[in-house]
Design a protein around this ligand. Structure first.
Ligand SMILES: Cc1cc2nc3c(=O)[nH]c(=O)nc-3n(C[C@H](O)[C@H](O)[C@H](O)COP(=O)(O)O)c2cc1C
Length: 333
C-alpha cells in the first residue's frame, strides 16, 4: 500500500480520504472506504445531537478503523464538536471559516484534526493552531467551494507554506493518475468527493449518479445560485435547466428569479425540494430530478462507472502505483 505522512499521521493504509457530502454519505460508504484502507468521513454539520451520536456509533459498530466527522463553520459548532469528541470520533475535520475558536477544545481532547483551506496564508494559520493535516480544496471541487484557486497551484503553495505537515488535495481528483499527480506536487494524499457519489453505497438519487457518469469535464458550473438554506456560498453543481432558465432570464438576483420557490421534486420522506434549494435528491425522490441541486466537481468528467467504494479505493491505489511507475519509466526514455 502507498504510505505517506498522511497515512502515518492518521494510522490508515492508503492516502485516500472520502469527502463528507451532506446527506449522501452513509455508514456503509464510510466503512467500505475505511475497510479498504482509506479514511471515510461523515458530515455532521446539520445533525441533531442524538442523530449525530447514533451515526458515530453506527460507524464504530461496522469498523474498528479510523474515520472522521466534518463540521462546517458557517454555523456555530461548539456543542456539536464537544459531542463528537465525547462520542469518540477519532478524527475531526473543519471546513468553511476560521477554526481558531475550536482549537482549545481540540487540543485538550488530543483528537486528530484536518482543516480545509483555500490559500497558503490560511494553511499557515491552521498549522500554527495545531492542525494535524491540511486539506487544500481547489475551485474544481464539487459541493460548496471555499477556494478561488485551482488545485494544481493551490496544493504546492500550501505544501511549501506548512512543510513538513501533511497536505492532502481536494478538487479535480477521481482516479489514480490524480493521486499520483498530487504526490508529485508534494501532497500526501487525496480527498475525493464526486467520484464517491457514483458508488452503490452513496445515498444519492440514481439519476444524479447517472448524470455524473455521463458528464463531461465542462458540464459543471461554479455559482451561488442554489442558495435557499445557505446564501452567498459558492458551490459547484451540474449545469441543469434551473441554471439555464436563470441564465436565459439575464441572471436576476435572488427573489426575482424564474420559478422562485416553486416545488421541483419531493424527497422520499415527503419534504419538498423547491427551485433553488441547496439539497440534493435522495434515492426514491420524485419529480423533476434534473432541475434539482446535483452537486458535482469538474472531476465528474473523469467518472465513467458506478463502482463499490472498497473496490474503488483499491483501484485508485493500483492506478496511482502504475502511474508513478510509468512516470519514472518516462524519465529514462
Ligand atoms: C454533494 C457534496 C456535498 C459536500 N458537502 C461537504 C461538507 O458537508 N463538508 C465539506 O467539508 N465538504 C463538502 N463537500 C466538498 C468536498 O469535501 C470536497 O472538497 C469536494 O467534493 C472535492 O472535489 P471533487 O468533488 O471533485 O472530488 C461536498 C461535496 C459534494 C460533492
Amino acid at each position: 500500500m502507498l504510505q505517506t505522512t498522511f497515512t502515518k499521521t492518521l494510522d490508515i493504509d492508503c492516502p485516500i480520504a472520502q469527502a463528507p457530502m451532506g446527506g449522501s454519505v452513509t455508514p456503509e460508504l464510510i466503512c467500505a472506504v475505511c475497510e479498504a484502507g482509506g479514511l471515510g468521513m461523515q458530515g455532521v454539520s446539520w445533525h441533531e445531537p442524538a442523530a449525530m451520536v447514533a451515526e458515530i456509533a453506527a460507524i464504530r459498530r461496522r469498523t474498528a478503523r479510523p474515520f472522521a466527522v466534518n463540521l462546517a463553520l458557517e454555523w456555530e459548532q461548539h456543542t456539536r464538536l464537544a459531542q463528537c469528541i465525547d462520542a469518540g470520533a477519532p478524527v475531526i475535520s473543519l471546513f468553511w471559516g476560521d477554526p481558531t475558536a475550536y482549537f482549545p477544545r481540540l487540543r485538550v481532547a488530543k483528537v486528530k484534526t484536518i482543516v480545509t483551506v483555500g490559500s497558503a496564508d490560511e494553511a499557515r494559520r491552521a498549522a500554527d493552531l495545531g492542525a494535524d493535516v491540511i486539506c487544500a480544496q481547489g475551485i474544481e471541487a464539487g459541493g460548496h467551494v471555499w477556494s478561488k484557486v485551482g488545485t494544481m497551484v493551490l496544493l504546492p503553495a500550501v505544501v511549501d507554506a506548512v512543510a513538513p505537515l501533511p497536505v492532502i488535495a481536494a478538487g479535480g481528483i477521481a482516479d489514480g493518475s490524480g493521486l499520483a499527480a498530487v504526490l508529485a506536487l508534494g501532497g500526501a494524499g487525496v480527498w475525493i468527493g464526486t467520484r464517491f457519489l457514483a458508488t452503490p453505497e452513496a445515498y444519492t438519487h440514481e439519476e444524479w449518479k447517472r448524470r455524473i457518469v455521463a458528464a463531461r469535464e465542462t458540464d459543471t458550473v461554479y455559482t451561488e445560485l442554489l442558495d435557499l438554506d445557505w446564501p452567498k456560498a459558492p458551490h459547484r453543481v451540474l449545469r441543469n435547466s434551473t441554471y439555464e432558465q436563470w441564465e436565459a432570464a439575464g441572471r436576476p438576483p435572488s427573489g426575482q428569479r424564474p420559478g422562485e420557490g416553486e416545488p421541483v421534486a419531493r424527497q422520499p420522506d415527503g419534504t419538498i425540494l423547491p427551485r433553488y434549494s441547496d439539497s440534493g435528491p435522495a434515492p426514491g425522490a420524485s419529480g423533476d430530478i434534473e432541475a434539482t441541486c446535483l452537486y458535482a466537481g469538474q472531476s465528474a468528467g473523469l467518472v465513467h462507472d458506478v463502482l463499490p467504494a472498497g473496490a474503488l479505493v483499491k483501484r485508485i491505489v493500483a492506478e496511482a502505483e502504475a502511474a508513478l511507475a510509468s512516470a519514472a519509466a518516462m524519465r529514462r526514455v
